[in-house]
Design a protein. Structure first.
Lengths: 110, 113
């Protein structure tokens, strides 16, 4: 059983389209992070959300933390080929124990 | 911009051998972590380290594994008597005072033959 689930698992879209990917759990997290990972490289931190209902924007990326701090979404506006990658969410359960989701692999076609 | 570095980038070892993976966290960070990612699978938490001791560890981090901060800059993961299933990417990460934002290194690819 996955503690953190992400959907969809794969997403292939055309440049310029909008998309939303989801991160869901039955557990409550004290914080949640979104990362992007390229093949053979380490995850790169995009954002951290801490407060339930919090919304953060990073250029064309909008991140939302659910009110109950159990889920989160990442919305990308006008996707570009450079957005292609594996998007990971990670939740902080307690202390310094972080749980990663399996990721959404996004492909943006030119 | 400060970054986490890891050495070696790729380590090949024979089953039963010991390996030490090295990491240099970001210099003013206080929390240090090791994760592993088996090919095609998700990133898995191994251990976190704070104030010169382990603060959290997962069920994966058994007696085969140990961590050490031998000096003010390095953070190491030792795997004793490696097994085939230890083959994976091992990532080091560090975070500052808030401990929420982790910055990952580029990883060490460990191949056990």
């Amino acid at each position: 059983t996955q503690l953190l689930e992400q959907s969809p698992q794969f997403l292939s879209i055309q440049e310029g389209e909008n998309l939303t990917v989801y991160c869901n759990s039955s557990s409550v997290f004290s914080s949640l992070q979104w990362y992007r990972q390229e093949p053979g490289e380490g995850p790169v931190l995009l954002v951290t959300v801490v407060t339930g209902g919090e919304v953060k924007k990073l250029k064309r990326l909008t991140f939302q933390f659910g009110d109950a701090r159990k889920d989160s979404s990442l919305h990308i506006t006008a996707a570009q080929p450079g957005d292609t990658g594996l998007y990971l969410c990670a939740g902080n359960l307690y202390g310094q124990n972080f749980v990663f989701g399996p990721g959404t692999r996004l492909s943006v076609l030119p | 911009e400060p970054e986490v570095t890891q050495t070696p980038s790729h380590q090949v070892t024979q089953m039963g051998q010991e390996v030490i993976l090295r990491c240099v966290p970001i210099s003013n960070h206080l929390y240090f972590y090791w994760y592993r990612q088996i090919l095609g699978q998700k990133v898995e938490f191994l251990v976190s380290f704070y104030n010169n001791e382990i603060s959290e560890k997962s069920e994966i981090f058994d007696d085969q594994f140990s961590v050490e901060r031998p000096d003010g800059s390095n953070f190491t993961l030792k795997i004793r008597s490696t097994k085939l299933e230890d083959s994976a990417m091992y990532f080091c990460a560090s975070s500052g005072q808030g401990a929420y934002e982790q910055y990952f290194g580029p990883g060490t690819r460990l191949t056990v033959t």
